[in-house]
Design a protein around this ligand. Structure first.
Ligand SMILES: [Zn+2]
Length: 429
């Protein structure tokens, strides 16, 4: 690429920084929680933003029934009867032999949790010091907005690209990935993709997976005054829970060194527990929901079988559970693991773009690691066959937590890096 074009585009990003942060605050103020009407409102807002930015916009209503009927549907954990796909394309690009780059970010966010744990309204998008606060600030509206402004900088600088530059905003990422699944079914493809999820500007070329499950433990109800004549579902869950803890330990005996940065690389965790319906009754049903982490490269069916076997083994040694085995149901988000192909040059290219973008930056050294959480990466690399990695602003540890925030300087570096990457991957016409 010519140094002139790069310098022009990076300068354009810097000139747009104020507009970018103002827009990020606007988007964070839309409480686009997965499965709410505001999720669709957020997507409509992004569509209008892309259109106003002069992009060709494909904004379509997703046929959820058709999607759910597919064998490889990635799952959905919240009630949702409306969802929208959104892919925008930089016009005038893709006129010759360059490669196609997709930038893909999700507009949905998780609920704020206990609002009392926040120091301010979770959707106020206040700026405190060097950071912008709010639910979704780092996961991942900052990355999505940075991607939009990277594209805008290229457009406004008048730079024409040889290959196509695509910008996707997706819904339903937090509960399975239906948005990215839908755009792949619609036929959108690219030669490379970056998801600007919060990586602290590190390179994340893969993810462990996560499979949502539900356990039903049966008991026998009686009046609590005669509890010995009943069977408590809570007490019967206890050995099953211990078996799951032991399973988690066994599943971490040999861990891929690429993931070893994290103590537990693919945790098994119970997230909800409901039992009983009356304080003075022996509970006859306990329902537990959780997530089973999938190791990097581990087939999903193998992971499921290990959990089912562990539950069955725990039941086999208990006379009641032998007669009333715990039921295991797989539902909701089913995230396989995913990884950028070893022979892809995307890792090197994004690293180089980051180096160009942060030339006068903090001098922080860039690390490469595998995320312990599921993401859309596995759909793009798997179903789409698109080499994909994650690189974006913010610390993933703050995602889903109170006082989620993103460093404003990192948002600007991300926009600069994505713009430089687009010039490199797509080529300058
Ligand atoms: Zn995310």
């Amino acid at each position: 690429m010519t140094i002139d074009a790069l310098a022009r585009v990076l300068r354009q990003v810097d000139d747009l920084a104020g507009e970018m942060i103002a827009e990020l605050r606007t988007v964070v103020r839309i409480p686009s929680i997965s499965g709410t009407d505001d999720e669709n409102t957020g997507q409509a807002h992004m569509s209008a933003l892309f259109g106003a930015g002069g992009l060709d916009v494909d904004h379509w209503r997703i046929d959820l029934d058709e999607l759910r009927a597919q064998d490889d549907f990635p799952g959905m954990e919240v009630a949702r009867d409306e969802a929208w796909g959104l892919v925008a394309r930089l016009p005038g690009s893709g006129t010759s032999d360059g490669a196609t780059l997709m930038l893909n970010g999700h507009i949905d966010v998780v609920p704020p949790g206990d609002v009392d744990a926040w120091t301010d309204d979770p959707f106020s998008a206040i700026i405190r010091g060097d950071d912008l606060l709010g639910r979704g600030a780092c996961d991942m509206k900052a990355g999505l907005i940075a991607a939009h402004w990277a594209v805008q900088a290229i457009r406004r600088s008048g730079t024409r690209l040889r290959g196509d530059l695509l910008l996707a905003s997706v819904q339903g990422e937090e509960d399975g990935g239906l948005g990215t699944y839908a755009l792949l079914r619609r036929g959108w493809r690219a030669d490379a993709c970056v998801i600007p999820e919060p990586t602290g500007l590190d390179l994340v070329p893969g993810n462990a997976g996560a499979l949502t499950f539900r356990l039903r433990v049966r008991g026998h109800a009686t009046h609590a005054s005669r509890r010995l004549e009943g069977v408590s579902a809570i007490e019967k869950f206890w050995p099953v829970w211990r078996a799951l803890q032991q399973l988690e330990g066994r599943r971490h005996r040999d861990v891929d060194p690429a993931v070893a940065k994290f103590g537990l690389t693919h945790p098994l965790s119970i997230g909800t527990l409901h039992a009983g319906d009356w304080p003075s009754s022996v509970p006859d049903l306990l329902v537990a929901e959780g997530r089973l982490g999938v190791a990097l490269g581990e087939p999903v069916d193998d992971a499921r079988r290990e959990l089912e076997d562990a539950v069955a083994d725990a039941c086999a040694v208990d006379p009641w559970l032998r007669e009333h085995p715990v039921e295991v149901e797989w539902w909701g988000g089913q995230f396989a693991s995913g990884r950028l192909p070893e022979d892809s040059d995307l890792l090197r290219r994004v690293g180089a773009a980051h180096a160009l973008a942060s030339a006068n930056g903090s001098g922080r050294t860039q690390d490469t690691w595998i995320g312990p959480y599921g993401s859309d990466l596995r759909l793009l690399t798997g179903i789409g066959g698109i080499p994909t990695l994650q690189y974006g602003p913010g610390d993933a540890r703050l995602a889903h937590a109170p006082d989620e925030s993103v460093p404003i300087a990192d948002v600007i570096v991300t926009a600069r890096a994505l713009a430089a990457l687009a010039l490199d991957v797509c080529g300058i016409a």
